[in-house]
Design a binder for this molecule. Structure first.
Ligand code: ADP
Length: 407
């Protein structure tokens, strides 16, 4: 990647040569790259995203948590100080109480995290996490958090314009993860009280305000036993934004462009409502039977339901396939192994699940191994549909599901 699409200077040159006024950085590394945003600014090209200063403010988990603490946004109990001596980190683990989670401050994508169950493991775990941080992110700085046993990952989609307005476009539930990486994302969150939705939405806006945010952003929270805690803010549009587009009826990329052009947000908070239920699954070139290792090769065949829309909302069919590859294309080992995102919409959660089942059954990718059948099994688990029941949120316990449970 660093020899191709991360060469920011070439992208800026291409914009200049073609007379483009603005650059949309997508949802990859460039979208959260403060240097690239700054470079665009310096070249009088609009970066479609937040100001470089806001990206920087949230770039490091520990610095972000300090700011959020000052802004009175609720945090997971933990330590995010500058003193990185083994003694201080060790003492922090003891004070917080086991189990704790060590995180690389510069980490992302689930990398640089270690669960520590007891005092005996602390020193090895600290050394290991520091090494991983240094190797993957060139930064060994750690933070320590209370490890919550059974949280849900619920995040708020928000938008701010350059005139001081901010709204939230509700939440996404991304609790279904593997190795702390999202696999299934849905909106709205099942069994989620309206009062918490509002409180979380307002906390997210408070977080954005504290860093003078402009544009699309996501504030991620952990939610457990009726309480929620700030985890981090992603200062970009996320991979899973289509589920929010479906339930709100809004085109978030269009919103981004309007905001970048200096317009006022298209809608006020009281004009936004939730319509139906949407679910997204990520189709990956990976082998579930071989520890989910990424696969590579040529896509011989890529079949999916003909009624799928692409990058746009269609409520009649309620099926959308967003992808940048087609039959005959090569999936190389050099980039993220995501092939496509399949998004469905239904009038309620069960209707969306049914549609997803139908769409996945009709999806076939040949030429390389993918996770399509794994996804099909995952969404057929009783614990997945149980989130629909009125019982209580505790039933929603699939976030730790692994392939072995499914065979
Ligand atoms: P990354 O930036 O690497 O994605 P995050 O801090 O966003 O890391 O955490 C990724 C996932 O790890 C969360 O969605 C959640 O499932 C899990 N996680 C993070 N912090 C905690 C915690 N304190 N307790 C339990 N699980 C956590």
């Amino acid at each position: 990647p660093k020899d191709s699409y991360l060469r920011g200077q070439n992208i800026i040159q291409a914009a200049k040569d073609s007379g483009a006024q603005a650059i949309h950085p997508g949802y990859g590394f460039l979208s959260e790259n403060a240097d690239f945003a700054q470079r665009c600014e310096d070249n009088n090209i609009m970066f479609i995203g937040p100001p470089a200063s806001a990206i920087k403010a949230m770039g490091l988990k520990s610095a972000a948590k300090k700011r959020m603490e000052a802004a009175k946004v609720p945090l997971v109990p933990g330590y995010h100080g500058d003193d990185q001596s083994i003694e201080t980190l060790r003492q922090a683990c003891i004070d917080i109480g086991f189990p704790v989670l060590l995180k690389a401050s510069a980490g992302g994508g689930g990398k640089g995290m270690r669960i520590v169950e007891s005092i005996d493991e602390v020193e090895d775990a600290i050394a290991g996490a520091q090494r991983e941080g240094l190797n993957s992110f060139s930064d060994s700085h750690l933070l320590v958090e209370k490890y919550l046993k059974n949280p849900r990952h619920i995040e708020i989609q928000l938008f701010c314009d350059s005139h001081g307005n901010g709204v939230y476009l509700f939440e996404r539930d991304c609790s279904i993860q593997r190795r702390h990486q999202k696999i299934i994302e849905e909106a709205p969150a099942p069994n989620f009280p309206e009062s918490i939705r509002q409180a979380m939405g307002e906390a997210a806006l408070q977080a954005a305000k504290a860093i003078n945010y402009i544009g699309a952003g996501t504030v991620e929270f952990l939610y457990e036993n009726g309480e929620f805690y700030f985890m981090e803010m992603n200062t970009r549009l996320q991979v899973e934004h289509p589920v929010s587009e479906y339930i709100s009826g809004q085109d978030l990329v269009a919103w981004q462009i309007k905001v970048a052009a200096g317009e006022v947000l298209p809608l006020r908070q009281d004009e936004l409502t939730i319509n139906g239920h949407a679910i997204e699954v990520r189709l990956y070139a990976e082998d579930p039977k071989n520890d989910f290792l990424p696969t590579a090769g040529t896509i011989n065949q890529f079949l999916y339901p003909a009624q799928c829309s692409h990058f746009s909302l269609d409520y009649e069919t309620g099926m959308r396939m967003d992808t940048g590859v087609a039959q005959g294309d090569e999936v190389s080992p050099f980039y993220d192994p995501m092939i496509a995102k399949l998004i469905v919409w239904g009038e309620d959660r069960q209707a969306a699940i049914n549609k997803l089942q139908q769409a996945l059954q009709q999806t076939h990718i040949t030429g390389l191994t993918t996770n399509v059948r794994y996804l099909e099994q995952l969404i057929s688990l009783p614990s997945f549909s149980a989130a629909d029941s009125e019982v209580d949120g505790a039933d929603f316990d699939t976030h730790s599901v692994s392939y072995t449970h499914l065979t």
